[in-house]
Every structure is written in structure tokens, then in C-alpha cells.
Design a binder for this molecule. Structure first.
Ligand code: BGC
Length: 259
């Protein structure tokens, strides 16, 4: 086994989303952002090269010259993006780790966005010290998932793509569907989210379900969570929009420790 290296505590985390690319230096000892979040609208079309250049812009804007962590809204195996449900098709097969490192001039750790949010929530947020099976779900443009067993991540689960009622779950219950179909919070929660949650509970029997994404904001959570009923403890994510940034920084630290 390789000897673990000393890794810096302060690391720039970057979260790549459909509408914005956000980054901030993170104190990985506490999970706090060291300075304000910097946001640049996602370039359109959001090709790998254009996105990599935007990530580099964020580095320059924050004066960052050291390794960084980066999320991608798709399955990422050893730095290579394998799916692109809500991003440009050009991402499929892209070695994002090599591309970002080349464009940014530093080593870059790349992981799935929901996995990053989950890692941050488990360490500093709603899943802190949680044992057993924890499922984090992000409801946004799609449905992202991160599965933890005794705090250990099972990466790249993509539960948003399991079929429910002959349709892809995220096409039924993502938050973007609520807006697109003009569903009330009650209807969305009862008719869309509840059955999808029941399916996840049946398949995975989680002890805890953490709901992340924009819908975890207290003012939204208060409106729709009373319509949900799960066997597992159901809680909103605690780190809000910062979870992806924090998780990306933590992933980079792990990469540097491993050498
Ligand atoms: C993607 C996932 C991603 C989720 C949230 C899904 O469509 O397949 O990889 O985590 O959206 O962005």
C-alpha cells in the first residue's frame, strides 16, 4: 500500500451546473468557504473545452494556482465522463481529469456532482456521523444520487435514471419537471416525489434520506416536505448550494493524499 502524503487543507472547489459554474476556496478542516463564491454563467454550448476554460477563469479570478476539485453532472469513472443526460453529448468519453488539468495547469480531481454534495453532507452536514445506509438525492434539472454505507460512498449510482412507471425517474420527479409542467408543490410532492421515494426505499432500504438541490432551501422544504411520508428519516441537506463546492475540494484533498 502506498504511503499517504501530506495534503494542503485549503483547496479550491468548483461545481459545474447547467446554468452556472461556481467556485470557492474551501477550508477542508471545517467545510467552510474561505472567501466568497465566484460564479460564471455556464458557456453555451457547454462543451468540455468551453467549460474547462470557464473553470480556468474561476481559478484566475480567485488567484488560485494549486490543485483543484471539480464536479460534473454525469457519471465519472477514473476522470472519464461516461454519461451526459443533462449536458452536452460531447462529454461522453471525455477524460475530464486530463482536459481540466491541461487547461488549468494544475492537477484536478473530478467527480459526479451528487457524489460531491453527498460527501460534503456526510462530513459536515445532514449526514454527519450517520451510520447504516444513507441516500442523498438532489432534485434539480435531473435527480442526482449518492449512496453511503456507514459513511462510505458507493460512487456513481445514477438512481435518477431508474425507471418508474415506464419513465425515467428524473423525467417524472425532478424539480425542473415541477416547473415545466406547472405542478403545485403539493402535487409534485405527492404524485411525483413520493412514489419515486417509495421505489428507492423498496430497493435500498435506507436509514436516512437527505434531500439536496435548490428544493432543500428552508422556505421550499417547509412547503412540500409535509406531503412526503417515508420509512427512513427524511431531512433537507444542510450545506445548500455550497455542498458541491465543498465535496469537490474534499475529493481533491483525497486525491493528493493518495499521491
Ligand atoms: C445525471 C447525474 C447527475 C444528476 C444531477 C443526472 O441527469 O445523470 O449524473 O448527478 O443529473 O445533476
Amino acid at each position: 500500500m502506498g504511503k499517504k502524503k501530506k495534503a494542503p487543507r485549503k483547496i479550491l472547489g468548483v461545481d459545474i451546473g447547467g446554468s452556472g459554474i461556481k467556485g470557492a476556496p474551501v477550508q477542508t478542516r471545517t467545510g467552510e468557504l474561505i472567501s466568497e463564491r465566484y460564479r460564471i454563467p455556464t458557456p453555451q454550448p457547454a462543451t468540455p473545452k468551453a467549460v474547462a476554460e470557464t473553470v480556468h477563469e474561476i481559478m484566475k479570478a480567485t488567484g488560485w494556482k494549486k490543485p483543484i476539485g471539480c464536479t460534473v453532472p454525469g457519471r465519472v469513472v477514473r476522470g472519464v465522463v461516461q454519461t451526459a443526460a443533462n449536458i452536452d453529448d460531447a462529454w461522453i468519453g471525455t477524460d475530464a481529469r486530463s482536459l481540466f488539468s491541461k487547461v488549468c495547469g494544475v492537477p484536478v480531481a473530478v467527480l459526479n456532482d451528487a457524489d460531491a454534495a453527498g460527501v460534503a453532507e456526510m462530513k459536515y452536514g445532514a449526514g454527519k456521523k450517520e451510520e447504516g445506509t444513507t441516500l442523498l438525492l438532489t432534485f434539480g434539472t435531473g435527480i442526482g444520487s449518492a449512496l453511503f454505507v456507514d459513511g462510505c460512498l458507493v460512487p456513481n449510482t445514477e438512481f435518477g435514471h431508474i425507471r418508474y412507471d415506464h419513465r425515467i425517474a428524473e423525467h417524472v420527479a425532478a424539480d425542473s419537471v415541477r416547473t415545466k409542467e406547472h405542478l403545485s408543490w403539493e402535487k409534485w410532492a405527492k404524485r411525483r416525489v413520493q412514489p419515486v421515494l417509495e421505489m428507492y426505499e423498496f430497493l435500498l432500504a435506507p436509514d436516512l434520506i437527505i434531500v439536496g438541490g435548490g428544493v432543500s432551501k428552508p422556505e421550499r422544504w417547509e412547503i412540500f416536505s409535509p406531503f412526503l411520508d417515508t420509512k427512513a428519516k427524511l431531512v433537507p441537506a444542510a450545506l445548500g448550494n455550497e455542498a458541491g463546492i465543498v465535496g469537490a475540494a474534499l475529493a481533491c484533498r483525497e486525491m493528493l493524499k493518495a499521491g
